[in-house]
Design a protein. Structure first.
Length: 520
């Protein structure tokens, strides 16, 4: 840090005013780029990085007013019109548009981080809205609170396809938008993380028996379906349907089975009594209507072709009659299986994308809202979250090669997997008040930008620092408002207390909804 003491000795030596002894003007400079007022035959240009450093004693200027507008214009010009992703305007000059490079923004994962109420969901909505103006966008939004229902096509200014993971109230007569993720999509580890109690002495036995029965069930299904090609190479983890009822009965029989000992007398079978607790846990899950989206899928979901339909629904850019932007509402998924369910959904789609012919792949982005809920720091993760982390960390590390990117959104960056955050190349950092979260953001920034983290708590709502390779200069910007806004979950306590009485009937209905586990 260059320290330039103001030349006290150069002051008129008249002793009239006592001079402070160590008055210092300190300036900390970060060389971010090079501006050329003329670049060859072209006009002004700005590029990242500095090939030469300014010398000491050179004059230095503050860019203001017209010059500032012109400079900001140069920044946005760096982005070609067909990759321009408009995010808002610059905070220091609201007439200058802040434009990011849309290719770069999505290419290598991005993150939107900020305290609750800082404007993350609105930012997501406005990015989706921009994407919607393209011909073939392909974005999947994981909506954890059902707040993006207002973006659905049938809503005012809405444009997205809307789906909801079946809640207990949707099981009887599911509409077209209701999505089931049948148990057979889960791989061995995912299923066991939900069903196995690892502290049980018999856990290894239970896992072994369950695995072999699943394998058998899948083989039977493939034989019936006449899929010889798949039969030759499928594994227990392949997404092939199998029947659950026969599997449960087989487990029950094993649990009480009696064999014949060498002396001819009855003897306990190899699994005798070892599966009892596993069976009861499985039966409890099957009977629990909150798990209906897993265990009570409609009949057609056991068709061999069902998975293809699902993949087409979620990986297609669609076109005129349907949007390539899909919102998937996870709001009624029980929190204990949320990581499993989110990860199954992501894994299946990623795997399909992975196995597609490279030449036919079109890029897909998955927006992970409230990522701290299912992508925690690894040390804090339980068995189910660890599986989710495996899936998403793989996507974070490998997804770029297969055109599958993540947009991670969280109010608690310090609680989000470091591996995933550190793979993100672009950040929109909104107001962030918690110190731990600020340092989490700082830790993923380049060192030279650490100073920027200091303004994070001071940002206004809807204001952000954007940095990464999608924008030439890390900048403070005022984000655009979306036309279709996410449903506000923020209550105006004081105003409502002044204006609105509660409704006892609604409270009673709430009790019944709690009992039914459904708001319908
Ligand atoms: N770009 C913006 N401009 C103006 N107000 C905004 C903007 N973004 C958010 N807000 C305000 O902040 C509130 C909370 O925003 P939201 O996106 O739901 O926050 P978060 O998802 O970070 O919790 C919104 O209801 C809106 O009133
Ligand atoms: Mg939000």
């Amino acid at each position: 840090m260059p320290v330039d003491s103001v030349g006290l000795s150069e002051e008129p030596d008249d002793d009239s005013a006592p001079q402070p002894e160590n008055l210092q003007d300190t300036i900390r400079a970060v060389l971010v780029g090079t501006y050329r007022s003329k670049d060859g035959d072209a006009g002004p240009s700005f590029k990242r990085g500095a090939d030469s450093c300014p010398q000491i004693d050179q004059p230095c200027f503050l860019i203001q007013s017209v010059n500032l507008t012109a400079f900001m214009g140069v920044l946005s010009q760096g982005v070609t019109p067909d990759t321009a992703l408009r995010l808002g305007c610059f905070a220091i000059d609201q007439t200058a548009l802040a434009v990011a490079d849309g290719d770069r923004f999505f290419q290598r994962h991005a993150a939107i981080l900020g305290s609750t109420g800082s404007g993350k969901s609105w930012t997501v909505a406005s990015i989706l809205e921009r994407a919607n103006s393209l011909k073939h966008p392909n974005i999947l939004l994981l909506d954890l609170h059902g707040e993006y229902a207002s973006l659905a096509r049938n809503k005012k200014d809405g444009f997205a396809e809307y789906f909801k993971i079946a809640g207990p109230g949707d099981l009887k007569a599911p509409g077209n938008e209701i999505l089931f993720l049948p148990y057979w999509l889960l791989n061995r580890e995912e299923m066991l993380s939900m069903l196995l109690d690892r502290s049980d002495n018999n856990a290894p036995n239970q896992a072994t028996r369950f695995t072999s029965l699943v394998l058998e069930g899948k083989r039977e299904f493939l034989e019936k379906a006449g899929r010889k090609d798949v039969l030759a190479s499928f594994t227990v983890d392949s997404p092939v349907p199998y029947e659950l009822k026969p599997l449960v009965s087989a487990l029950q029989q094993d649990d009480i089975a009696v064999g014949t000992g060498s002396s001819g007398r009855d003897k306990q079978g190899p699994w005798h009594g070892k599966l009892t607790r596993f069976i009861s846990r499985l039966e409890a899950k099957i009977a629990d209507r909150r798990y209906g989206f897993l265990f009570e899928p409609p009949k057609e979901s056991t068709n061999y072709e069902w998975l293809q339909q699902i993949a087409v629904t979620f990986l297609s850019t669609h076109g005129k009659d349907k949007s390539g932007i899909k919102v998937v509402d996870f709001s009624e998924v029980p929190s204990d299986v949320l990581p499993t369910v989110v990860s199954v959904f992501a894994r299946i789609l990623y795997d399909v994308q992975f196995w597609m012919l490279a030449a036919s792949r079109t890029p897909v982005c998955m927006v992970c809202d409230e990522a701290h809920l299912y992508l925690p720091v690894r040390q804090d993760a339980d068995a189910a979250s660890k599986r989710a982390l495996d899936t998403f960390e793989t996507i974070a590390k490998e997804g770029r090669k297969y055109g599958f990117s993540l947009l991670v959104v969280s109010q608690r960056p310090s609680d989000v997997s470091k591996t995933i955050l550190s793979q993100c190349n672009n950040f929109i950092a909104l107001r962030l008040t918690n110190e731990q979260d600020q340092s989490a953001v700082k830790s993923v920034m380049p060192d030279s930008m650490a100073g920027i983290a200091e303004v994070l708590p001071l940002l206004d709502i809807g204001e952000a620092i954007i940095l990464g390779d999608s924008i030439l200069l890390p900048s403070r910007i005022k984000l655009d408002k979306p036309k279709a806004t996410p449903l506000s979950l923020t209550k105006n306590f004081w105003r409502e207390w002044a204006e609105r009485a509660s409704d006892a009937e609604a409270i009673r209905a709430g009790v019944e909804s709690l009992r039914r586990q459904s708001r319908n």
